[in-house]
Design a protein around this ligand. Structure first.
Ligand code: OAD
Length: 251
């Protein structure tokens, strides 16, 4: 059956003022970036405890650095897809559209989304573990071995590793957005990684209409008012089409 949006969702889209898009790896799947879980998922092929934690990095920085260089190269060669661009368009129709993403791939920003909270960091950013000096958007592409700061400290990717806290400013901004939105869409995430997965819960508890867009059911599906069962690009394009029919751009 072709993907459809319900009457209830249409009526909410007509009246909403503040929308949050909470995204996970599935939104970038149509750009060709592998997700984490599932048959072809990264965590099926790689061991997170060897690559995505601080102790592993300090023990073998070259290995971890090389893996992140590899992922950076993949992400740089990929492009935002219809789902990312639909959100950028939707921004024009509402006073507040906020993206809360668990992705580190920078594709929302590259698609032109302007208000983004990155809960798990950004693979294009780095900082020194000793002095905190930032090396954002510095291209290290020819360097397969780990990099050092002028202070002699090791430069690490600005991504959240297992056992680490989320960046406080990003999480508190996301929480505030979830508490004050009228609608939240959860897109392409299994919704099992805490505390990020709290974001849709907070929105629902605060009274927002919540919808999940996913090709599969998830452990969080029961939370949502509505499920759009399909690909992110298709579902968000449909939503954008409807918004264009019933609302006027405000910017
Ligand atoms: P997962 O890999 O756990 O889940 C991806 C979700 O996207 C699954 O529910 C898929 O069914 C769905 N999906 C795949 N293709 C899709 C498509 N075209 N359209 C819609 N949905 C699609 O990724 P996340 O939930 O983002 O954390 O993972 C959360 C966190 O776990 C990541 O941020 C990462 C990882 O460990 C850190 O690195 C800290």
């Amino acid at each position: 059956m072709p993907l459809q949006i319900s009457k209830a969702l249409k009526s909410k889209l007509l009246d909403a003022q503040r929308i949050v898009f909470f995204s996970g790896a599935g939104i970038s799947a149509e750009s060709g970036i592998p997700t984490f879980r599932g048959e072809e998922g990264i965590w099926n092929k790689m061991r997170p405890e060897e690559l995505a934690n601080f102790n592993a990095f300090m023990k073998n920085p070259d290995l971890v650095w090389e893996w992140y260089q590899h992922r950076r190269q993949i992400m740089e060669s990929k492009h935002p897809n219809a789902a990312h661009f639909a959100i950028t368009e939707i921004e024009k129709y509402y006073p507040s559209v906020i993206v809360v993403t668990q992705n580190v791939d920078n594709l929302h920003r590259r698609a032109g989304n302007t208000h983004i909270y990155e809960l798990h960091g950004n693979i294009e950013k780095n900082y020194c573990v000793r002095c905190g000096q930032r090396y954002d958007y510095v291209r290290f592409e020819e360097r397969r071995t780990h990099q050092e700061c002028q202070c002699g400290g090791i430069i690490r990717p600005d991504v959240v590793w297992f056992g680490e806290l989320l960046p406080t400013d990003q999480f508190s901004g996301a929480e505030a957005a979830a508490e004050s939105c009228d609608m939240l869409f959860s897109i392409g995430t299994t919704g099992i990684v805490m505390p990020a997965a709290q974001i849709p819960v907070i929105a629902k508890r605060a009274g927002a209409y919540t919808a999940e867009i996913n090709i599969n059911r998830t452990e969080q599906s029961a939370l949502f008012h509505e499920i759009l069962s399909g690909k992110a690009g298709e579902a968000l394009s449909l939503i954008l089409e409807y918004i264009r029919e019933v609302r006027t751009p405000i910017q």
